[in-house]
Write a protein that binds this ligand. Sequence first.
Ligand code: AMP
Ligand code: GLY
Length: 416
Amino acid sequence: MKVLVIGGGAREHALCRSLSLDPDVTALYCAPGNAGIAEVAELRPVDAMDGAAVARLATELGAGLVVVGPEAPLVAGVADAVREAGIPVFGPSREAAELEGSKAFAKDVMAAAEVPTARSYVCTTAEEIDSALAAFGAPYVVKDDGLAAGKGVVVTEDVEEARAHALACERVVIEEFLDGPEVSLFAITDGTTVLPLQPAQDFKRALDGDQGPNTGGMGAYSPLPWADPKLVDEVMESVLQPTVDELRRRGTPFSGLLYAGLAITSRGVRVIEFNARFGDPETQVVLARLRTPLAGVLLGAANGTLDALPPLAWRDDAAVTVVIASHNYPGTPRTGDPIEGLAEIAAEDAPYAYVLHAGTKQDGDAVLSAGGRVLSVTATGADLAEARTRAYRAVERIRLDGSQHRTDIAAKAAGV
Ligand code: AMP
Ligand code: GLY
């Protein structure tokens, strides 16, 4: 099977790495890709937001499967354009991707499907904002209704900061604060059958000890030794299956990757958010542990035949990923700096640790930083402590002027 992956971040690098190891994949393309993905897939230039261009490229390449990685093209209907060209595509339709594209839509689906989530108000005026903030009290949770690349949410004790963020949004969701650890659980679905993956935990704040601003994610690990072994079954029953069933009932079935961001509160599991695609950096650790070859599973979701697949198989290994970000991320990052140490990791740490590129670009023989999150170092081990040691050993080899990373990824879960 020829596979075309759309996107060019660490998530797409993780997807391409797994697909490149799948014996059923005879040719692998990524558009537009990045400097690291070029090592495992053939890169093609494309505007990932242009559905017609993506469909044309897939047809030219004779792709038997297109995987749309990021949310923006999904919300723009790129998967629909590919599907209309008669090519199987992994990724939801524009309408179903609204589950991520609009927080208000997601709340409406959850209410209809009786999925547990934070109580919330959707506000468009200053009066509505003030009464919602007063109704919930501190800490305030204020979410831009639309896509904001992981930066649309403000959680604060400061009512003025909450109010200012809310007023800056066209439409805003104000909701109850959820206490308790967060878990990301991904499921692959064809719109009817739902296959949960293994849970992971993401580190959203920029600095050690969960301090500093929210980011797209600074690291992740899986499995979660502290979680209830029944967690996946419980989330399947209370969240994933009812959500998929509700979208099918509405005539907008969701096929692709359903990402449930969950809070494990004292009153039970609550949905913080849904995403319509693989999460970054959780994908790096979840795919590191997946034993089942990936292409057949993604194709089953695209073709509506997931019910015919055997259960997913997982490695016993643990996985940890640490993100290296540019100077000033999540503010406007500094880019164009050379990245050194990549060859040393390939020579000394592989196959247990490896680098997945996010914002990088090739410049002659050099690899330069080209975005906020530059790369992630992923490692596996017999347990989290070993995976963590291997990941940080490799992180220490990376030299990138002004770069930052967290030093406490998976530390608590590994018991160190
Ligand atoms: P989101 O973009 O919806 O993932 O939100 C980003 C982060 O904000 C989440 O990972 C949580 O850490 C935090 N957050 C969002 N909603 C809530 C909530 N209702 N209660 C507490 N924290 C939240
Ligand atoms: N890890 C958070 C996200 O992908 O949205």
